[in-house]
Design a protein around this ligand. Sequence first.
Ligand code: MG
Ligand code: ZN
Length: 360
Amino acid sequence: MKNIFILVGLLFMIACASNEKKQETLANKPKNIIFMIGDGMGVAQIQAAMTVNNNQLNFERVTNVGFSKTSSSDNYITDSAAGATAFSAGKKTYNGAIGVDADTVAQKTILEYAEEAGLATGLVATSSITHATPASFIAHQPSREMAEEIALDFLKTDIDVFIGGGKDYFTKRNDSLDLTTDLEKNGYKVVFEQAEFANITSGKLAALLAPDGMPAFSKGRGDMLAPAAMKAIELLNKNDQGFFLMIEGSQIDWGGHENDIEYVVSELLDFDNTIGQVLDFAAKDGETLVIITADHETGGLTLVGDNIMNDTTAVHFSTTHHTAVMVPVYASGPGADAFSGTYENNTIFTKMMKALNLTP
Ligand code: MG
Ligand code: ZN
């Protein structure tokens, strides 16, 4: 009899210990990562949009903030390809490199590790899906210019959802292949209009919504990024093992290159609206780590007055190219603490891999 009490007590203790361990895991380890990149988004771009938007943004809901040092392996000033490859593969590489290291050797990306480990994966962008930032998560090519080769790489990984522009790189190719046929053979629903993906509620989705880049928010794209992001989350979240999703506000950078503050602000507000909806999902879900950062700043933007949209003396751009300044990293949810501090951009890869228990 006494032995039974001891046995029951022992089992109870073991049960409590494993329960504690489980709770600790839930508190520090996310099931999902949503990684959001505002291309060309420095603090001045965020400040400009905040000022225009009654001094508030969804960014302010995120309490963990750090800084990322953005230089590439061959340049003080990175481009988007080297910047995204640092995030996706953990390697500082040369400007123009897509998922390859400084010696052009292919480097497995976090999206590929996640896919292999049974997580669902997705990419959403407001540029061509073959453009440098999304491409660096799935493709391995020595140059960002190789859009048709990059499109072919989408067939080599079993990514679950991708939404952006770039239809022509899949359908109007020099090799006359129509990659959308192969995608359909591999089980994807392939759509070319935003209205079409609203009705898709399960399975794999390839949405190619423009021949090349998407139009600007204010020139016909309108509310596409948030619905695309939320559709991706809806589809990926059906996987019990979790998901990795990259969402890019691609055109904040393009506004910077054009030194067009209205372009920058409208793209940033569109990105911020998406951030709000993503944070709402993450708050309800409780197991999602959301990270929001940039690959680099674009335009050398300075604000010297608050009448940002109407007073041309309030806003200065110092270049039509990228700059070297550090960019902010916002993180929210389980594991967010790891993103405080100042660190090299490629350590974001390591932090995300650790958070998802993935080993390189
Ligand atoms: Mg980009
Ligand atoms: Zn750029």
